[in-house]
Design a protein around this ligand. Structure first.
Ligand code: NAD
Length: 354
């Protein structure tokens, strides 16, 4: 049944394919940009230096200071470096942390961004930004922060460690899963979501078996692109709220937290979102969506318990109370007792409830 919806598309150019990074110079030319500041994290400096060498005169320099949660001081420092080097754009080479830094610079200065994602987090496809100041992460939405061009080159993800690949892939899958029951969902996003989940469901076991499997790497990055569009296109619900709470207030690692929580958040919502569950299960070739996601994590070496990724049991009550505040729209109303049980199950690493 087709129900009423609103669909908004955003102008972005996407270049996808093995070896696509070779086209970066012509893509900068197409944007009218002449001097790019390349952003990366400290561990990816070498990769960024290689890119700078490839760009020659089109590279203004490398800023290798991107870190998790985009501290305001780092964004200001990167902006000052861009000014000093007379850069007219930024190339964000990396995962959500590096692309987040690019977004913070764009928000402040309007400097255009070309993103080259090397994880599956999906930030490059969203107008969502976050900057941390005095220990608090401020998030918002602004189309100015969206990268103008995105180059997806699966070759760049070959070096992403297997463990990180699996949790990052499930992080992407979470965007699509919640997009399927989003309050402002639409048929285009549902198509992207189902296809994205299917691509990741195929790719992650293959990457786990062989991290250098080029086809699997391409499938995973393709899935991440689709899931990123869903994240940028519709509102998220309980699962993302829980992960923001656990990451922000208890400093748990981003993708790992998504991986542990997702089966339980889906189980919580299953009765209220049967169509979404059917689509997720179909995409994963399974009967039961929450269980299939749990098994995808467990069977591919990912963590399934909050206790194994740094959560303390004595903080579960506070996490539950925080999750009940400023609720995101969710198909099933939030009930404190059921939510506390969800957190306990996730803490212990139990399979999701039927
Ligand atoms: P990340 O960017 O922090 O990267 C994790 C680590 O992996 C880093 O040390 C990085 O250097 C390394 N790495 C990345 N790619 C690599 C590669 N190909 N090979 C080897 N090492 C590599 O992690 P993430 O999960 O991509 O991003 C998480 C952050 O992004 C969180 O802060 C999250 O809030 C944010 N995020 C924002 C949005 C949004 O729409 N604004 C969406 C998703 C995630």
């Amino acid at each position: 049944m087709t129900t009423p919806f609103v669909f908004e598309s955003r102008a972005q150019r996407v270049i996808f394919g093995t070896g696509a990074l070779a086209r970066i110079a012509e893509e900068l030319d197409a944007l009218g940009m002449r001097r790019a500041l390349i952003l990366c994290t400290p561990p990816q400096r070498e990769q960024a230096e290689r890119l700078a060498a490839q760009l020659g005169e089109r590279a203004a320099g490398v800023f290798a200071g991107a870190v998790m949660h985009v501290p305001m001081e780092v964004a200001r420092e990167a902006r000052a470096v861009a000014l000093r080097l007379d850069a007219d754009c930024a190339v964000a080479l990396g995962g959500g942390s590096t692309i987040g830094l690019g977004k913070a610079i764009a928000l402040d200065s309007g400097l255009p961004i070309l993103a080259v994602p090397t994880t599956y987090a999906g930030s490059e496809m969203t107008p969502i930004y976050g900057v941390t100041h005095n220990g608090l992460k401020h998030t918002g939405k602004d189309t100015r922060v969206m990268p103008r061009t995105v180059i997806y080159d699966p070759d760049l993800t070959i070096g992403l460690p297997v463990g990180l690949s699996v949790v990052s892939g499930i992080n992407a899958l979470a965007h699509a899963a919640e997009g399927l029951y989003a309050i402002d969902g639409n048929p285009v996003m549902r198509l992207l979501a189902e296809e994205g989940i299917a691509a990741l469901g195929r790719a992650l076991p293959a990457i786990h078996a062989d991290p250098a499997d080029g086809q699997a790497r391409a499938d995973a990055l393709y899935g991440a692109w689709l899931c990123g569009q869903v994240l940028g296109g519709v509102g998220m619900a309980l699962h993302h709220k829980l992960c923001h709470t656990l990451g922000g207030s208890f400093n748990l690692p981003h993708a790992e937290t998504h991986t542990v929580v997702l089966p339980h958040a889906l189980a919580y919502n299953a009765g209220a979102a049967p169509d979404a569950m059917q689509r997720i299960a179909r995409a994963l070739g399974a009967d039961d969506a929450p269980r299939a996601v749990h098994e995808l994590a467990r069977d591919n070496g990912a963590p399934v318990a909050l206790k194994d990724i740094g959560m303390r049991e004595q903080d579960l009550d506070r996490a539950c109370a925080l999750a009940m505040e400023n609720q995101y729209p969710n198909p099933r109303p939030l009930e404190a007792q059921a939510l506390r049980q969800l957190l306990q199950d996730a803490f212990d690493g139990r399979p999701p409830r039927a």
